[in-house]
Design a protein around this ligand. Structure first.
Ligand SMILES: Nc1ncnc2c1ncn2[C@@H]1O[C@H](COP(=O)(O)OP(=O)(O)O)[C@@H](O)[C@H]1O
Ligand SMILES: [Mg+2]
Length: 386
């Protein structure tokens, strides 16, 4: 067991790292961040911030020397960095996990090896694989770069063989995956924690509404049957077990119109769809990650209240001003809502700047309240009805 007062290392400096640090501080731990951006959300509140590239040899040595355990908040840390660190310090997740989740083609093959269904797809790792990939799917489809995509980036919709060829050229012949576009009933996700003894603990399943490929809201309880909730939890546990995972892991699922369950993505870290736990669960996903890393018992994951988490993208900032600001008065005026901002210096379209959690008697009522607040913040954004 790693007791409070010990030091945890964090690779990556984004908002997930920032919220992890707050949870670690609440339990009395220190955190050292390795992140090249000197103004990163996590670096700003870390006990120590090593400002260097993730693969900077000196910085990696310093991190290993200073820390009792090391984790990541960002799945694109080079897997070899984790391998190097693990020679002198416990590291979770392991390099072998990142190797499986950093590349969409490897990830989908792994999902299949767990006996689960990925979205129908074809791999494109060379020009000659385009035609066989197209044969495996039905249009419309989405072409995605195999690596480094997030928040809908590195993706485009395609409707014919010619458009796939164009997209391949536009993505500069990087490895890609061609995915059939699914007519979704809804999207849900499971955030779970797994410890070194192989025990797992789930947070309640969340229902996720995306706009333009970016998460907009998470509703909990999700409006799906108990059977579906149980099936996705079993599927997520199978994935965590097969990875021999230690830490917090999220799995995104697509639910088809026929109630089929497809695994979309695996995130080897805390997840945006788990931010609701900060105000609606006894233990947040960030505290749970601290607990698992340090070998403490799991915290209780019971839901205290139905909740909706709403993301605040840079689009909600008044970008026409010299110093863009968010008009957050409607969030602060809502006695049932809690605002979380990530202290990012520049607001940009599509950039995650913060979120707010709204509690209510049901997730549907929480959504109505959150939608009204969101509309006040930015009247120009249309909200999907569901
Ligand atoms: N094959 C698909 N069919 C339908 N919607 C999709 C498909 N792939 C992606 N999307 C939509 O785009 C979102 C982001 O895609 P995802 O593959 O999860 O990439 P990211 O890494 O950017 O989260 C999904 O949550 C979903 O709303
Ligand atoms: Mg995703």
């Amino acid at each position: 067991m790693i007791l409070p007062d010990a030091t945890i290392g964090m690779l990556g400096g984004g908002q997930l790292g920032r919220m992890f640090i707050t949870a670690a501080h609440n339990l009395g731990y220190r955190v050292v961040v390795l992140e090249p951006d000197p103004y990163s959300p996590a670096g700003l509140i870390a006990d120590e911030h090593l400002v260097a590239a993730y693969d900077d040899h000196e910085a990696i040595i310093q991190l290993a020397q200073r820390c009792d355990v090391i984790t990541t908040e960002f799945e694109n840390i080079p897997a070899k960095v984790l391998k190097t660190l693990s020679a002198s310090c416990p590291v979770h997740p392991k390099a072998s996990v990142l190797e499986k989740t950093q590349d969409r083609n490897i990830e989908k093959a792994f999902i299949r090896s767990c006996g689960l269904l990925p979205v129908p797809y074809g791999s494109i790792t060379s020009y000659s694989e385009i035609a066989p990939a197209v044969d495996k799917i039905k249009f419309p489809a989405i072409m995605k770069t195999a690596r480094f995509g997030y928040d809908g980036k590195g993706q485009c919709q395609v409707n014919s063989l010619d458009e796939v060829k164009q997209a391949y050229r536009r993505f500069e012949q990087q490895h890609c995956v061609l995915e059939q576009m699914i007519n979704l009933k809804c999207e849900i996700s499971v955030v779970l924690a797994r410890n070194e003894a192989g025990e797992s603990c789930y947070f309640p399943v969340s229902e996720n509404i995306h706009i333009d490929g970016i998460l907009h809201q998470s509703l909990v309880p999700a409006r799906v049957s108990d059977d579906i909730k149980q099936s996705v939890q079993v599927a997520a546990k199978r994935i965590a077990d097969k990875l021999d995972y230690v830490g917090v892991l999220a799995v995104e699922f697509f639910i088809t119109q026929e109630d089929g369950i497809l695994v979309n993505e695996i995130a080897p870290r805390t997840h945006n769809s788990g931010h609701y736990t900060m105000d609606a669960c006894i233990t947040s996903q960030f505290e749970q990650q601290v607990r698992v890393l340090c070998g403490l018992p799991f915290g209780d994951t019971s839901l205290l209240s139905p909740v909706v988490m709403t993301n605040l993208l840079g689009d909600c900032w008044n970008l026409a001003l010299d110093k863009p600001i968010l008009n957050y008065s409607s969030i602060l005026a809502s006695s049932k809502s809690k605002l979380h901002l990530y202290a990012k210096r520049d607001a940009r379209i599509g950039r995650k700047m913060g979120h707010f959690n709204t509690l209510a008697k049901t997730s549907q009522i929480a959504k109505e309240e959150a939608d009204a607040i969101f509309m006040q913040i930015n009247k120009t954004i249309s909200i999907p009805s569901c």
